[in-house]
Design a protein around this ligand. Structure first.
Ligand code: 9MR
Length: 561
């Protein structure tokens, strides 16, 4: 009877594991009772709503309905007598398996240069777009062997986001994150089947998916000198049309230090992973390792070639006005690449580049800040690192755990009881990825310590992404009772199908309004609108989907811990 008030109860809209924490956030903080009702209408659990310790960013306290104790599997709704009834949810083993699979499968739908077939994609099947077999060397990217106007082939890869361009910097962290998902949970990821074209081969599907982008990345290296082009792009963004309709000329532009080091890091990581599959992928590990070291050598010789699009456009034609991913600092990229290369090659030459930073400067990674990606790798491969000339592991681990402790400190006090909701600065462009990347950091802290507080807080951030948040949206398309329906994503807008392409993570709240689309609220965690034009809050992007896929799959792999 009160289901019209479901939006006033904010909870993970998919489900809960029997043995894990279970919470719903009630917008109205008034004390009172709540109960859980099963599908037969029977009360199965009664609890008291408590009040959040702190006010939310909107100045209001929330109510907390904690039903962690209740662990019987089934389908339920949470009822606040005379006030509201939640959406239905399940308590089940494997409760988040569909989300975990779906977030990886999202990458299949956004592949460039290949038909997306009905047998894999259902109603979202579509024609191939962007063959990228005749890509022009932009005037900013000329080299000895490749003078201006040279045409190269650079097919495959994923579209970056709502647009159809392919950017190495952003591909770096995204591909590395999917590779890490396999590297950190190999046994579980062996079992994950996604119904993609490669599902019947002898490689785990997550690696097949990562390979779709990795093989494209390999084509972005100038064979003459090892430098890597910043991006493969149209001069300007396409209209909101399907991939096969988007046929404007494509260019690779300027080689850069950030792109080259991100590439080196990913190739080094890929090399050690694919070395375990010599039968399935003969020679690939060696190719990746060579690509990585050649890229590294280029970066050492060219340590400060920054991508500055505005500056480039003053001296080069045609002007390029697509996404910048311009990074003004590359010390973090040096650290990341050096860490990956050290672990893969054990060569001491990389050690001097692995600079540590004070705890306060250690950050949860994003596309422009990848230092901690390197630290993760050292901490995950301690057995190897101990055999090298790098001897600062104990201090690094202490500092990393301090960072994790800082993340979770008082996370239970805010209105949504998540790490994500602690500070307003988490809510910028692509805020959903902050929640997911924080979750990844906490998963590693859990793996290093077996301390459940990290795992529980990682799960709470996943709950955030699935509906326990300031807008009540489930930010992963295709999931939940109040899913994002209108992401800024060209195929989702242009394909004539009501539901958006599934398994894609919306950027999430961001009060910055860089897209000039007003949001109903400008409160940090509420500044969102499910509008296809609102690219600063409702776009999708590979570097947001990858940590979502990592977090959901890690949580699923660790179910019952
Ligand atoms: O994710 C990027 C965000 O951190 C930046 O603030 C923003 C503006 O430079 O760009 C975002 O990346 C976009 C990229 O430039 C082009 N493809 C879509 C990306 C997501 O919006």
């Amino acid at each position: 009877a009160y289901s019209q008030n479901a939006d006033s109860i904010r909870l993970n809209q998919i489900g809960f594991y029997p043995g894990a924490p279970k919470k719903a956030i009630i917008l109205d903080a008034d004390h009172g009772i709540f109960y859980l009702e099963n599908t037969a209408g029977k009360k199965v659990f009664t609890g008291t709503i408590s009040r959040s310790v702190n006010k939310g960013f909107n100045g209001k306290y929330t109510g907390i309905a904690n039903f962690t104790q209740f662990n019987a599997t089934g389908t339920y709704k949470l009822v606040i007598p005379q006030k509201a009834e939640s959406y239905t949810f399940t308590i089940a083993n494997g409760a988040l398996k569909s989300v975990a699979d779906g977030a990886i499968k999202g990458f299949y739908y956004i592949r460039a240069s290949i038909e997306i077939k009905e047998q894999y994609a259902g109603k979202w099947h579509r024609a191939a777009g962007h063959p990228d077999d005749k890509v022009i060397i932009h005037s900013s990217a000329v080299s000895k062997g490749r003078p201006e106007g040279t045409v190269i082939s650079s097919p495959g890869g994923w579209y970056d986001a709502g647009d159809y361009n392919k950017y190495i910097v952003n591909s770096g962290i995204s591909t590395a994150t999917l590779l890490s998902l396999y590297e950190d949970f190999p046994a579980y990821m062996q079992t994950v089947k996604l119904n993609i074209p490669e599902s019947s081969n002898k490689l785990p599907d997550v690696l097949d998916e990562a390979l779709w982008n990795l093989r494209w990345m390999l084509t972005m290296q100038d064979p003459a000198d090892g430098g890597v082009y910043h991006k493969l792009t149209n001069p300007a963004f396409d209209a909101m049309i399907m991939p096969d309709q988007a046929t404007k000329p494509r260019y690779v532009v300027q080689k850069g230090t950030a792109a080259t080091l991100d590439f080196a890091a990913v190739m080094a990581q890929a090399s050690r992973i694919f070395a375990k599959f010599p039968q399935q992928l003969p020679g690939l590990a060696d190719s990746c390792r060579m690509a990585a070291t050649q890229a590294w050598d280029w970066a050492v010789k060219n340590p400060a070639v920054l991508y500055n699009q505005d500056k480039m456009n003053k001296t080069h034609e045609p002007k390029i006005v697509t996404g910048g991913y311009g990074d003004t600092k590359v010390d973090d990229e040096f650290v990341w690449a050096a860490c990956e290369l050290l672990v893969t090659t054990q060569n001491h030459i990389y050690v001097p580049y692995i600079k540590l930073v004070p705890v306060d400067a250690m950050t949860v990674p994003n596309w422009g800040d990848v230092r901690t990606m390197g630290y993760y790798t050292l901490l995950k491969h301690q057995d190897i690192v101990y055999t090298t000339a790098f001897n600062e592991l104990p201090g690094l681990q202490t500092d990393f755990l301090k960072m994790a402790d800082n993340l979770i400190a008082n996370a239970g006090d805010n209105a949504y009881q998540t790490v994500m909701n602690k500070v307003a600065k988490n809510f910028g462009w692509g805020s959903s990825s902050v929640a997911a990347n924080q979750g990844m950091a906490l998963i590693l802290a859990y793996k290093l310590t077996s301390d459940k507080k990290y795992l529980d807080n990682a799960l709470a951030n996943l709950d955030y992404l699935l509906g326990r948040n300031g807008t009540g949206y489930c930010y992963l398309t295709g999931f939940g009772h109040k899913p994002v329906m209108h992401p800024h994503h060209r195929p989702s807008v242009a394909d004539g199908i009501e539901e958006p392409v599934p398994g894609l993570l919306s950027g999430g709240p961001n009060p910055g309004r860089q897209d000039k689309v007003p949001t109903p609220s400008s409160v940090p965690d509420e500044a969102f609108i499910d509008d296809e034009n609102a690219y600063a809050v409702n776009e999708i992007a590979i570097n947001w989907n990858a940590p979502m896929a990592y977090l959901a799959n890690a949580i699923q792999a660790l179910e019952g811990k």
